[in-house]
Design a protein around this ligand. Sequence first.
Ligand code: GLP
Length: 241
Amino acid sequence: MELKVFDDVSAASEYAAGMIADIIKTKSDPILGLATGASPILTYKKLVDLYESGEISFNNVVTFNLDEYCGLAADDVNSYHYFMFDKLFDHVDIDINNVHIPDGDSDDPIAEAACYDALIDSFGGIDIQLLGIGVNGHIGFNEPSDSFIGATHIVELSQSTIDVNGKYFTDYVIPDRAITMGIDQIMKAKKIIMLAYGDSKADIIYKLFHADSVTPMIPATALIKHPDCTVICDKEAARKL
Ligand code: GLP
């Protein structure tokens, strides 16, 4: 893993957006793996800026999101579907047929999960995968556990995730299950960038860079074995390194 530390979230997000823009500019059929949460919001804003200034087009871009809560319809304001359209897709020239987000509201979530991996593979895999990191080390919604799950799957959210993400839910309680891309699909991405900002991420970033080995108890440690992974932090998240 390569570590890049920036003075602030703006500079870090500009760097991350630049890495994604490079893929969009150089590949004729770029496949992006996208993330939600607070961390990527400014990166998406900077990609929108690059689109508006004519530097990039999303015309040929195909996207696959990491995860979605179970039981939330696409138009629910707390869904990751809603988030992605609000922060990125509504503001660029992407063909919405090229947008893929796991359907957390599917009648058959097991089949939905299997189809999702097959679909990603049919596009030849992800060129660049954007990740955040949970304070407990989760990536996507791959929660700390005794073993890694490789495929897209349904997961019971940990109490840590329910506590941290639950604050965004005002009208009803956060779902306790989600559908997430598994570790194998994330690791198959040709390039990975992981964003970590703020003091609340300082402990997990310290643990990640001081882990002796890969452990499913800290799912992000899987990235240690990835050949092209850049961890992008602001000064606060990197302050213990
Ligand atoms: C959620 C998402 C993760 C994301 C994490 C971190 O749990 N499922 O993919 O990495 O939040 O979120 P934040 O960037 O808000 O800290």
